[in-house]
Write a protein that binds this ligand. Structure first.
Ligand code: AMP
Length: 213
């Protein structure tokens, strides 16, 4: 099963993907995480993409599509795709890639949330710096028990460079510009489900079961 999570940066795609990954026992693949790791580990690809990410811009389609091609070619069970596709070119590339294996995208889950809430929420987001863990916190509504320490592994919590206010605004602009045609494209296929979110509401497994079961 291939599930795509669509939503603005900071809408909670990572959290939703983690729940769905457990629910369906399929891997969660975040292109953003792959890129952040490549930058942190100073891989060749990391050097190419750093300037785009720092400025809240999209990494060029050819680079992203290559990464996805490598991840999908040996995949048997399916994936929860978080942050991909982000352009029509990527959506079409994915469709062709899956069609070659007689597979298709099964469901698009779109997370809807106001931009103002996103800015508020994202500025308060912290992530565990331990790569094996990567647990996501929010200083407003999912606080760690001990300040700046991960509840799960004790790793220190950090703020992503691109979660700072100016960059969030740029990322939101980029998201709105690119997401409209993608949503339209998948709506024509009749596979889009929407979930409305707000600051006061954390998404639960039960919310997701309503969409998938
Ligand atoms: P995310 O963690 O999904 O919010 O992604 C963080 C950043 O990584 C984005 O602002 C882009 O610069 C880059 N990125 C992640 N996924 C993609 C994608 N599918 N296409 C282009 N750029 C991407």
């Amino acid at each position: 099963m291939f599930i795509i999570i669509l939503g603005a940066p900071g809408s909670g795609k990572g959290t939703v993907s983690k729940i769905l990954s457990k629910m369906f026992k399929i891997q969660h693949l975040s292109t953003g995480d792959i890129f952040r790791e490549a930058i942190a580990e100073k891989k060749t690809i990391g050097k190419k993409i750093e300037k785009y990410m720092k400025n809240g811009l999209l990494v060029p389609d050819e680079i992203v599509n290559k990464v996805i091609e490598n991840k999908i070619k040996d995949n048997k069970k399916g994936l929860i795709l978080d942050g991909y596709p982000r352009t029509i070119k990527q959506a079409k590339f994915l469709e062709d890639l899956l069609a070659k294996q007689d597979k298709k995208v099964d469901k698009i889950l779109r997370l809807e949330i106001d931009d103002d809430e996103i800015i508020y929420r994202t500025e308060k987001r912290r992530i565990c710096s331990n790569k094996e863990c990567g647990e996501i916190y929010n200083l407003e509504f999912k606080k760690p028990k001990v300040e700046n320490k991960c509840d799960k592994c004790g790793g220190s919590l950090v703020q992503r460079e691109d979660d700072k206010k100016k960059v969030i605004k740029d990322r939101l602009r980029t998201y709105h510009k690119n997401s409209k045609p993608i949503i339209k494209y998948y709506e024509q296929l009749g596979i889009v489900s929407n979930i409305e979110l707000s600051l006061n509401k954390n998404i639960t497994k039960q919310d997701l079961e309503k969409v998938f079961i």
